[in-house]
Design a protein around this ligand. Structure first.
Ligand code: COA
Length: 164
């Protein structure tokens, strides 16, 4: 599918159910999100809309003023997900690039991500950082996860983009 046929746009409330399902279908790699959490943060989601109106992918973000200097808040890219049958077509890259452009305007010190796909983010300029640099995120995002004994035994890799 030519990339020009895919529209990256801000999400609307109409998308909430499909965003929920897309995240749910990739729950091995993503933190689950309830419909109410998605709706409360709907203005932070971008979606990739296909020519038939279906959602091909999503991406969201969250601020962490507790990491680094509060007025130069750290921003996390989260809930990055492309439909399984549409992978390796450039959709993920389009979504991350569009979200970075959006976040750049806020002038954060860094954009971070916790991911099982470090090679994908490396290609977009992210570099590996010690998980200890994101302690607040680990406390509020990972502490209730039951997949691993602790955030430090979880194989997710912490990465940051500082060249903004
Ligand atoms: C990670 C994910 C978003 C990538 O989406 P995608 O649309 O397949 O990625 P793209 O096609 O834009 O890939 C861009 C580049 O990264 C590479 N790439 C994509 N996924 C990769 C992966 N899992 N491992 C290594 N490289 C990867 C592609 O080959 C491509 O390389 P190229 O520029 O040399 O051609 C997708 O695999 C996904 O939804 N995974 C499940 C959820 C997840 O793990 N999200 C990230 C955690 S926040």
């Amino acid at each position: 599918m030519p990339q020009s046929q895919i529209k990256i746009r801000t999400a609307s409330l109409d998308d909430a159910r499909n965003i929920f399902l897309l995240i749910q279908n990739n729950i091995d790699q993503l933190v689950p999100r309830s419909t109410s959490d998605i709706v409360q943060n709907i203005d932070r989601f971008l979606v990739a809309e296909l020519p038939d109106g279906e959602l091909g992918g999503v991406i969201c973000y969250a601020f962490y003023p507790e990491i680094g200097e509060p007025t130069k808040s750290c921003v996390e890219i989260k809930s990055v997900c492309v439909r399984k049958d549409l992978r390796k077509l450039g959709l993920g890259r389009q979504l991350v690039k569009a979200q970075i452009e959006r976040l750049r305007k806020f002038k954060p010190a860094q954009i971070v991500v916790l991911t099982f796909a470090p090679e994908f983010f490396e290609k977009l300029g992210f570099k590996k950082v010690p998980k200890e640099t994101l302690m607040h995120k680990l406390y509020i995002g990972c502490i209730n996860c039951t997949k691993h004994e602790s955030p430090f035994t979880c194989p997710e890799i912490a990465m940051a983009l500082t060249d903004l």
